[in-house]
Design a protein around this ligand. Structure first.
Ligand SMILES: Nc1nc2c(ncn2[C@@H]2O[C@H](COP(=O)(O)OP(=O)(O)OP(=O)(O)O)[C@@H](O)[C@H]2O)c(=O)[nH]1
Ligand SMILES: [Mg+2]
Length: 238
Protein backbone atom coordinates (compact mmCIF):
# COMPACT_ATOMS: atom_id res chain seq x y z
CA UNK A 1 0.00 0.00 0.00
CA UNK A 2 1.27 3.50 -0.82
CA UNK A 3 1.97 5.47 2.38
CA UNK A 4 0.63 9.00 2.82
CA UNK A 5 3.93 10.31 4.15
CA UNK A 6 7.55 9.41 3.31
CA UNK A 7 10.12 10.40 5.91
CA UNK A 8 13.62 10.64 4.42
CA UNK A 9 16.53 10.63 6.88
CA UNK A 10 20.11 10.85 5.56
CA UNK A 11 22.55 9.15 7.94
CA UNK A 12 26.32 8.97 8.16
CA UNK A 13 28.28 7.23 10.95
CA UNK A 14 25.29 7.24 13.30
CA UNK A 15 25.72 3.89 15.09
CA UNK A 16 25.37 5.54 18.50
CA UNK A 17 21.87 6.97 17.99
CA UNK A 18 20.38 5.30 14.88
CA UNK A 19 18.40 2.44 16.46
CA UNK A 20 17.09 4.37 19.45
CA UNK A 21 16.12 7.38 17.30
CA UNK A 22 14.22 5.33 14.70
CA UNK A 23 12.45 3.24 17.34
CA UNK A 24 11.46 6.35 19.28
CA UNK A 25 10.21 7.93 16.05
CA UNK A 26 8.11 4.85 15.20
CA UNK A 27 6.66 4.96 18.72
CA UNK A 28 5.77 8.67 18.41
CA UNK A 29 4.13 8.10 15.02
CA UNK A 30 1.85 5.34 16.36
CA UNK A 31 -0.94 7.68 17.44
CA UNK A 32 -0.96 9.82 14.31
CA UNK A 33 -3.62 9.68 11.60
CA UNK A 34 -1.48 8.93 8.53
CA UNK A 35 0.36 5.96 7.08
CA UNK A 36 4.06 6.43 6.55
CA UNK A 37 7.37 4.96 5.44
CA UNK A 38 10.83 5.81 6.75
CA UNK A 39 13.72 5.82 4.26
CA UNK A 40 17.15 5.67 5.88
CA UNK A 41 19.45 7.19 3.25
CA UNK A 42 22.97 6.09 4.16
CA UNK A 43 26.25 6.72 2.41
CA UNK A 44 29.92 6.61 3.31
CA UNK A 45 29.59 5.27 6.87
CA UNK A 46 32.62 3.51 8.31
CA UNK A 47 30.93 2.29 11.51
CA UNK A 48 28.01 -0.15 12.05
CA UNK A 49 25.36 2.22 10.62
CA UNK A 50 24.61 0.08 7.53
CA UNK A 51 24.21 -3.11 9.57
CA UNK A 52 21.94 -1.37 12.08
CA UNK A 53 19.85 0.28 9.33
CA UNK A 54 19.41 -3.09 7.61
CA UNK A 55 18.37 -4.62 10.94
CA UNK A 56 15.71 -1.93 11.39
CA UNK A 57 14.46 -2.47 7.82
CA UNK A 58 14.17 -6.22 8.52
CA UNK A 59 12.26 -5.68 11.79
CA UNK A 60 9.88 -2.91 10.68
CA UNK A 61 7.99 -3.21 7.37
CA UNK A 62 7.59 0.58 7.15
CA UNK A 63 11.39 1.11 7.26
CA UNK A 64 13.70 0.74 4.26
CA UNK A 65 17.30 1.68 3.70
CA UNK A 66 19.77 2.14 0.87
CA UNK A 67 23.49 2.84 0.83
CA UNK A 68 26.31 4.14 -1.35
CA UNK A 69 30.05 4.27 -0.79
CA UNK A 70 30.68 8.04 -0.96
CA UNK A 71 29.64 10.21 2.01
CA UNK A 72 27.36 12.84 0.47
CA UNK A 73 24.41 14.31 2.36
CA UNK A 74 22.82 15.95 -0.70
CA UNK A 75 23.04 12.86 -2.84
CA UNK A 76 21.48 10.72 -0.09
CA UNK A 77 18.64 13.21 0.43
CA UNK A 78 17.97 13.58 -3.27
CA UNK A 79 17.93 9.82 -3.83
CA UNK A 80 15.62 9.37 -0.85
CA UNK A 81 13.19 11.97 -2.21
CA UNK A 82 13.21 10.27 -5.63
CA UNK A 83 12.57 6.84 -4.05
CA UNK A 84 9.80 8.17 -1.76
CA UNK A 85 6.29 6.96 -2.59
CA UNK A 86 4.16 9.12 -0.28
CA UNK A 87 1.95 11.99 -1.28
CA UNK A 88 4.00 14.10 1.15
CA UNK A 89 7.74 13.92 1.81
CA UNK A 90 9.35 14.98 5.08
CA UNK A 91 13.13 15.49 5.21
CA UNK A 92 14.42 14.95 8.74
CA UNK A 93 17.77 14.41 10.49
CA UNK A 94 18.54 11.49 12.77
CA UNK A 95 19.54 13.76 15.67
CA UNK A 96 16.23 15.66 15.45
CA UNK A 97 13.29 13.38 14.45
CA UNK A 98 10.94 16.25 15.24
CA UNK A 99 7.35 14.98 15.17
CA UNK A 100 6.02 18.41 16.27
CA UNK A 101 7.33 19.73 12.96
CA UNK A 102 5.58 16.85 11.11
CA UNK A 103 2.26 17.88 12.70
CA UNK A 104 2.66 21.56 11.88
CA UNK A 105 3.93 20.99 8.34
CA UNK A 106 1.37 18.35 7.38
CA UNK A 107 -1.35 20.57 8.86
CA UNK A 108 -0.28 23.35 6.49
CA UNK A 109 0.15 21.06 3.46
CA UNK A 110 -3.25 19.43 3.97
CA UNK A 111 -5.11 22.63 4.91
CA UNK A 112 -6.44 23.30 1.41
CA UNK A 113 -4.62 26.66 1.23
CA UNK A 114 -2.39 25.50 -1.62
CA UNK A 115 0.87 25.31 0.40
CA UNK A 116 3.39 23.07 -1.42
CA UNK A 117 6.55 23.41 0.63
CA UNK A 118 7.24 23.96 4.35
CA UNK A 119 10.62 24.67 5.93
CA UNK A 120 11.19 24.10 9.64
CA UNK A 121 13.28 27.14 10.50
CA UNK A 122 15.58 27.39 13.49
CA UNK A 123 15.91 31.15 12.84
CA UNK A 124 12.29 32.19 12.29
CA UNK A 125 10.43 34.28 14.88
CA UNK A 126 9.36 31.98 17.71
CA UNK A 127 12.08 29.36 17.04
CA UNK A 128 14.54 28.17 19.68
CA UNK A 129 18.00 27.28 18.44
CA UNK A 130 20.07 25.65 21.16
CA UNK A 131 23.19 25.14 19.05
CA UNK A 132 26.45 26.86 20.06
CA UNK A 133 26.72 30.53 19.10
CA UNK A 134 29.31 29.98 16.31
CA UNK A 135 26.94 27.59 14.49
CA UNK A 136 24.03 30.01 14.83
CA UNK A 137 26.27 32.74 13.42
CA UNK A 138 27.29 30.45 10.54
CA UNK A 139 23.62 29.93 9.62
CA UNK A 140 23.14 33.73 9.50
CA UNK A 141 26.23 34.22 7.34
CA UNK A 142 25.06 31.49 4.92
CA UNK A 143 21.60 33.06 4.75
CA UNK A 144 23.12 36.49 4.03
CA UNK A 145 25.30 35.12 1.24
CA UNK A 146 22.37 33.26 -0.34
CA UNK A 147 20.21 36.38 -0.09
CA UNK A 148 22.73 38.52 -1.95
CA UNK A 149 23.89 35.86 -4.42
CA UNK A 150 20.69 34.10 -5.47
CA UNK A 151 17.74 35.99 -3.99
CA UNK A 152 16.97 33.69 -1.04
CA UNK A 153 14.01 35.11 0.90
CA UNK A 154 13.71 32.96 4.03
CA UNK A 155 15.53 32.42 7.33
CA UNK A 156 16.83 28.82 7.00
CA UNK A 157 17.72 26.37 4.24
CA UNK A 158 19.21 23.41 6.15
CA UNK A 159 17.33 20.86 8.18
CA UNK A 160 13.63 20.06 8.30
CA UNK A 161 11.45 20.28 5.22
CA UNK A 162 8.08 18.90 4.13
CA UNK A 163 6.42 19.11 0.75
CA UNK A 164 3.96 17.68 -1.74
CA UNK A 165 6.09 15.20 -3.68
CA UNK A 166 4.49 15.72 -7.09
CA UNK A 167 4.82 19.51 -6.83
CA UNK A 168 8.55 19.36 -6.06
CA UNK A 169 9.90 16.67 -8.39
CA UNK A 170 10.84 19.04 -11.22
CA UNK A 171 12.66 21.35 -8.82
CA UNK A 172 14.56 18.42 -7.25
CA UNK A 173 15.63 17.24 -10.69
CA UNK A 174 16.87 20.74 -11.59
CA UNK A 175 19.24 20.93 -8.61
CA UNK A 176 22.95 20.64 -9.49
CA UNK A 177 24.98 21.04 -6.29
CA UNK A 178 25.41 18.25 -3.78
CA UNK A 179 26.61 17.59 -0.20
CA UNK A 180 25.08 19.98 2.33
CA UNK A 181 24.37 22.70 -0.25
CA UNK A 182 21.75 20.58 -2.07
CA UNK A 183 19.29 21.48 0.71
CA UNK A 184 20.01 25.20 0.23
CA UNK A 185 19.66 24.96 -3.54
CA UNK A 186 16.31 23.20 -3.18
CA UNK A 187 14.91 25.97 -0.98
CA UNK A 188 16.33 28.77 -3.17
CA UNK A 189 14.88 27.19 -6.31
CA UNK A 190 11.46 26.83 -4.65
CA UNK A 191 11.56 30.55 -3.84
CA UNK A 192 12.16 31.28 -7.52
CA UNK A 193 9.10 29.30 -8.71
CA UNK A 194 5.44 30.11 -8.17
CA UNK A 195 5.08 27.23 -5.69
CA UNK A 196 3.58 28.31 -2.35
CA UNK A 197 6.04 27.96 0.52
CA UNK A 198 6.12 28.91 4.16
CA UNK A 199 8.40 28.61 7.18
CA UNK A 200 7.38 27.33 10.60
CA UNK A 201 9.54 27.93 13.68
CA UNK A 202 11.14 24.88 15.30
CA UNK A 203 12.81 24.15 18.63
CA UNK A 204 16.21 22.74 17.74
CA UNK A 205 17.69 20.40 20.32
CA UNK A 206 20.35 18.13 18.77
CA UNK A 207 21.00 14.72 20.33
CA UNK A 208 24.72 15.07 19.58
CA UNK A 209 27.14 17.52 17.91
CA UNK A 210 27.35 17.34 14.06
CA UNK A 211 29.52 14.66 12.47
CA UNK A 212 31.35 16.97 10.07
CA UNK A 213 33.15 19.99 11.51
CA UNK A 214 31.72 23.33 10.41
CA UNK A 215 35.04 24.75 9.15
CA UNK A 216 35.68 21.71 6.93
CA UNK A 217 32.47 22.53 5.08
CA UNK A 218 33.42 26.11 4.17
CA UNK A 219 35.31 25.55 0.86
CA UNK A 220 32.49 23.46 -0.61
CA UNK A 221 29.86 25.96 0.57
CA UNK A 222 31.69 28.88 -1.10
CA UNK A 223 32.24 26.94 -4.33
CA UNK A 224 28.57 25.88 -4.40
CA UNK A 225 27.34 29.45 -3.88
CA UNK A 226 29.58 30.68 -6.70
CA UNK A 227 28.32 27.90 -8.97
CA UNK A 228 24.66 28.53 -8.08
CA UNK A 229 25.07 32.25 -8.69
CA UNK A 230 26.44 31.62 -12.15
CA UNK A 231 23.76 29.05 -13.02
CA UNK A 232 20.80 30.95 -11.61
CA UNK A 233 21.82 34.49 -12.58
CA UNK A 234 23.63 33.86 -15.89
CA UNK A 235 22.36 30.40 -16.95
CA UNK A 236 25.95 29.11 -17.16
CA UNK A 237 27.84 26.39 -15.24
CA UNK A 238 31.49 25.63 -14.52
N1 LIG B 1 23.88 10.05 3.97
C1 LIG B 1 24.55 11.03 4.60
N2 LIG B 1 24.02 11.64 5.69
C2 LIG B 1 24.74 12.60 6.31
C3 LIG B 1 26.02 13.01 5.86
N3 LIG B 1 26.46 14.00 6.70
C4 LIG B 1 25.50 14.18 7.63
N4 LIG B 1 24.46 13.33 7.40
C5 LIG B 1 23.22 13.20 8.17
O1 LIG B 1 22.54 14.44 8.08
C6 LIG B 1 21.88 14.74 9.31
C7 LIG B 1 22.39 16.07 9.86
O2 LIG B 1 23.78 15.95 10.11
P1 LIG B 1 24.54 16.73 11.28
O3 LIG B 1 25.89 16.10 11.38
O4 LIG B 1 23.66 16.79 12.49
O5 LIG B 1 24.74 18.15 10.63
P2 LIG B 1 24.19 19.58 11.08
O6 LIG B 1 25.36 20.48 11.08
O7 LIG B 1 23.33 19.50 12.28
O8 LIG B 1 23.32 19.95 9.87
P3 LIG B 1 22.82 21.40 9.50
O9 LIG B 1 23.21 22.37 10.58
O10 LIG B 1 21.34 21.21 9.39
O11 LIG B 1 23.48 21.66 8.20
C8 LIG B 1 22.15 13.55 10.22
O12 LIG B 1 21.07 12.64 10.11
C9 LIG B 1 23.43 12.96 9.66
O13 LIG B 1 23.60 11.58 9.93
C10 LIG B 1 26.57 12.34 4.70
O14 LIG B 1 27.67 12.61 4.24
N5 LIG B 1 25.79 11.38 4.11
MG1 LIG C 1 22.64 18.18 13.58
Amino acid sequence: MTPTVSIVIPVYNEESILEASIEELIHKLEGLDFSYEILIAENGSKDRTIELAEGLAARYPQVSTFSASEANYGRALREGILKARGEYVICDEIDLCDVDFYRLALGALRSGTGVDFVVGSKQARGAHDNRPIYRRAATRVLNGMLRIAVGFRGTDTHGLKAFRREALLDVVNECVVDRDMFASELVVRVHRTDLRWLEVPIDLEEKRPPSVHLFKRVPHVLKSIARLTLIIRAGRDF
